[in-house]
Write a protein that binds this ligand. Structure first.
Ligand code: ADP
Ligand code: MG
Length: 324
């Protein structure tokens, strides 16, 4: 099958047809209409086979994850996702693989009313780059830079499950079957916190999505906001699967330094705390207060009200020591 047939067969047909897409797939560019009083937020993320997902990951999971990691960034800005573009490099054309991949992409797109408006298709080692765009009311977006000393630090969901699945995959940890199922699903099909992000728009002072580990991403908030933070280790939310399979120290280690959670980490001023908690419970999102921002410019951790040293890192490409 040639490039154009492939695009027509797999990417052109889709259930989502947004009114603000004037020209979608098929021309030199897509054309979308812009609305006054709205800002457009734009993000790009690439998934490389063997780096961002283990070789052997199901094509549906790859498609889902490629969209999910981008929507997670949109969520962290408090925006509503609207359009994506997809640049895909494939080693070969395999109809079954592409159908499954597309089912992963389009399922998430349909759920959030996001339209695929263009892309590029090339041959080479498997790699997927998605650019996602979203909308916010003018000036009302979240950023990493607004955290202030005294703000409370919150996180959505549970942390560390995806890292546990990855370690299991690398045979560094052995876990039981029912636990694998739960954590593997968290690794392969992360749920971007799109509704929570929008609900936070009115309340959070800063936000980021956790892709590289809690400590690494908290570090980004602290650096951008020129503040420090204390994390209460006893408060870190852990899934039942995690608690059943790992002791407390290993669980916390995975939660602090493991990547791929795609939960939101955000800060809230004392005055906005109750409003935020109400808004997020309406959005159906479980949140946990895990600490507080301070003026120290460093990150500290406490357990049972006592300071404990940090073994930190988080994932960075090109660093000498990789931990994922
Ligand atoms: P051009 O040569 O103008 O860059 P292409 O031949 O690469 O255009 O693509 C033709 C059309 O198909 C364009 O509208 C492009 O956006 C779209 N397209 C190509 N690859 C993909 C893809 N993987 N997903 C979605 N749309 C795609
Ligand atoms: Mg092209």
């Amino acid at each position: 099958m040639k490039e154009f047939e492939l695009i027509k067969q797999f990417f052109t047909e889709q259930a989502v047809k947004r009114k603000d897409v004037l020209l979608g797939i098929g021309d030199d560019c897509a054309v979308v209409s812009s609305t006054e009083n709205q800002n457009i937020v734009v993000t790009t993320d690439t998934l490389v086979a063997g780096v961002h997902f283990p070789l052997g990951t199901s094509p549906k999971a790859i498609g889902h994850k490629a969209v999910a990691v981008n929507l997670s960034d949109i969520a962290a800005m408090g925006a509503k996702p609207s359009w994506i573009s997809l640049a895909i490099t494939l080693p070969e054309v395999n109809d079954d693989w592409l159908s499954e991949f597309c089912s992963g992409v389009f399922e998430l797109c349909e759920y959030y009313n996001v339209q695929l408006i263009g892309g590029d298709t090339t041959q080479g080692p498997l790699s997927i780059t998605i650019t996602a765009q979203g909308l916010t009311p003018e000036g009302k977006y979240l950023s990493r830079s607004g955290a202030k000393s005294g703000d409370w630090l919150y996180v959505t969901g549970d942390l560390g499950d995806a890292a546990l699945a990855l370690q299991h995959h690398k045979e560094e940890i052995l876990i039981e079957n029912d636990i694998i199922e739960h954590v593997q699903d968290k690794l392969d099909f992360p749920k971007p916190r799109v509704l929570a992000g929008q609900a936070l728009r009115e309340y959070a002072s800063a936000a980021i999505d956790i892709s590289d580990g809690l400590l690494a991403d908290l570090g980004h908030i602290c650096q951008a906001s020129n503040v420090g933070a204390n994390v209460v280790l006893d408060a870190i939310p852990l899934s039942d699967a995690m608690k059943k399979s790992q002791d407390f120290e290993d669980s916390v280690q995975l939660a602090l330094n493991g990547g791929d959670d795609y939960e939101l980490l955000f800060t809230v001023n004392e005055d906005n705390k109750v409003g935020m908690e109400t808004a997020l419970s309406h959005a159906g999102t479980v949140i946990t207060c895990i600490g507080q921002i301070n003026p120290s410019q460093t990150i500290s951790t406490t357990l049972n009200n006592k300071a404990v040293p940090i073994r930190s890192s988080g994932f960075q490409h090109f660093s000498a020591k990789r931990n994922t």
